[in-house]
Design a protein around this ligand. Structure first.
Ligand code: CA
Length: 235
């Protein structure tokens, strides 16, 4: 599996130049240009390393870096800050926010590639998850099939992605907004009750062969839970 490098940079020409060079080195590359969306994408795609611009619309690089470090599922991802400012004070601020390295623009491409490589040496190899398990529910990630015990469960693509999200972190309560953003993506408009409709379909398919493990959390969203009954209300 290729390492994913996420570039968070609002200067398009620079982002594309970096993408070109990183792809030449054999990395997969994703570009984000706004703070809020970037964070959601980091959580969704779990890059191996992040190149983070200092000055961004909506949220500064320092703020993003602090947020990355505050979230357990992404806090270990190495962050290299890119900045036009060369002042020591900013460097200290960047490192104080939790950046692993710091590169001042204009930088040489070979130098940046070396920095990326050095961060990746510390990062764990990307793992191909072959299956996700929760109680008697099993998702085969290679065949893209879901089983409950020995029973094959046919799911639509949206229900499959929903279940995958729940299975990746059992017990975690996912808000409808988070599910919309991460299962449906940012680019289409869907109402939050659409989530309820698909959860209902998912439940119907899963519960044919066992108890209901999807917990409805009042006014919030959903979680996977082996004992959901106490807090479950009809979705
Ligand atoms: Ca910028």
């Amino acid at each position: 599996m290729k390492h994913l490098v996420m570039i968070i940079e609002d200067e398009e020409a620079l982002a594309l130049m970096l993408k070109y060079n990183l792809e030449k080195e054999g990395y997969e590359v994703a570009i984000e240009n706004r703070g809020n969306r970037a964070l959601a994408e980091i959580e969704r795609r779990q890059p191996s390393v992040i190149l983070l611009d200092w000055m961004l619309p909506e949220m500064s690089g320092v703020e993003i870096c602090k947020l990355i470090r505050s979230k357990p599922d992404i806090k270990a991802i190495p962050v290299i800050m890119l900045t036009a400012k060369g002042e020591e004070e900013d460097k200290v601020k960047g490192l104080g926010a939790g950046a692993d390295d710091y590169v001042t623009k204009p930088f040489s491409v070979p130098e940046l590639m070396a920095r990326v490589k050095s961060q990746l040496r510390r990062a764990p190899e990307p793992q191909t998850v072959k299956e996700l398990l929760f109680e008697d529910i099993r998702m085969d990630m290679v065949e893209k099939k879901v089983f409950r015990g020995d029973n094959y469960i046919h799911l639509g693509p949206t229900e499959f992605r929903l279940l995958r999200m729940l299975l990746e972190t059992p017990g975690k309560v996912f808000s409808r907004e988070f599910l919309l953003k991460n299962v449906w993506g940012d680019n289409i408009y869907v109402e939050s009750r659409t989530v309820d409709v698909h959860i209902r379909r998912l439940r119907k398919s899963l519960n044919e062969f066992g108890p209901d493990y999807i917990r409805t959390v009042r006014a919030t969203g959903y979680a996977l839970d082996a004992n959901p009954a106490a807090e479950t209300e009809e979705a």
